[in-house]
Design a protein around this ligand. Structure first.
Ligand code: MN
Length: 310
């Protein structure tokens, strides 16, 4: 995905308090292209980060009959993108030459590092597209690592109460870990309830977490979940109680609080205004990020940047 909200301003991202909380963060409707609405959970006016998770878009559900999803080539820097679908199919192409379809149950993980460009398009003849895309900020000592792309079609699962199961997308959960390459201590799982009932999901007290209902109905710690509100959970918790209707799906994700202050602008994570400006210039001058082979059509232009902080 590409962040069109950036306008000219740079968002400063600093870690929140680590106390346990139940803070509702309503998804903000925004457009990633003409008539292509997404719900943006992070960054949010009330909260910029959850651990290193700095961006979360709920994609759709959108009907594709009239207009497919098409995000032309655009750059990323200093972050990883995590794509997870509930319905439909997408095609990822990037400047490493990757061409990868993704369907529900599979994980696309792109490490931007020092710089990569990619396109994201709906694919196939399916008429509904629904999913999420996260961005994970890379720690400073890895922020300029080599760009990379991984596709995982098999992910480990952990059994929870009442035959619920947790699929580990990235990082660690309940002693198991995802094969996806990450650069900090974090966790990202999808929990699917098989029957009505409550379950306890184990957490790590040193991580801060958020939870988002993807489908169905339920509550967390007695607080109702909805598909249009992310709930920030804070840290210092050993478990969380979820009460879910049969068939419901939630995303539970967390990470160690970022000690450093991050700057988020357009599709870049950086540490200084100069670094962001340089990345913008490099994209404009067709340097660093490379081109995306196979994509027919123009790439995205960078929005103007005044350097002002918000
Ligand atoms: Mn993108």
């Amino acid at each position: 995905m590409s962040n069109r909200d950036a306008a000219s301003e740079i968002t400063e991202c600093t870690a929140e308090d680590q106390e346990p909380t139940l803070k509702p963060l309503p998804l903000q409707p925004t457009l990633i292209g003409p008539q292509q609405p997404v719900g943006r959970a992070l960054p949010n006016r009330q909260q910029r980060l959850i651990g290193p998770w700095c961006f979360l878009d709920r994609i759709g559900p959108m009907q594709l009959q009239e207009r497919p999803l098409d995000v032309p080539p655009h750059p990323h820097m200093g972050l990883q993108t995590v794509t997870w679908l509930l319905q439909g199919e997408m095609l990822h192409r990037d400047s490493l030459g990757t061409e990868q379809y993704i369907t529900p149950g599979q994980l696309n993980l792109m490490t931007a590092g020092r710089g990569i460009a990619h396109s994201e398009q709906s694919a196939g003849h399916l008429t509904t597209l629904s999913g999420v895309q996260f961005w994970i900020a890379l720690p400073e000592d890895q922020a300029d690592c080599e760009p990379a792309f991984e596709h995982h079609s098999e992910l480990p699962e952990v059994a929870l109460e009442h035959e619920a199961r947790a699929r580990i997308l990235v990082g660690r959960f309940a002693g198991e870990h995802s094969p996806a390459t990450v650069y900090s201590h974090l966790s990202g799982v999808e929990i699917i309830a098989r029957h009505d009932g409550w379950l306890e999901a184990p957490l790590e007290p040193e991580l801060e977490y958020g939870v988002l209902l993807l489908e169905g109905q339920g509550s967390v710690e007695g607080h109702p979940l909805s598909t249009d509100t992310l709930i920030a959970l804070g840290g210092l918790r050993r478990y969380i109680t979820l009460d879910l209707a049969a068939g419901s799906r939630v995303l539970l994700f967390g990470g160690e609080p970022m000690e450093e202050e991050l700057l988020l602008w357009w599709n870049f994570v950086g540490r200084s205004t100069e670094e962001i400006q340089q990345a913008r210039t490099d994209w404009e001058q067709h340097q660093r990020f490379g081109e995306v082979p196979g994509y027919l059509g123009p790439r995205l232009e960078a929005p103007p940047l005044t350097g002002r902080l918000k």
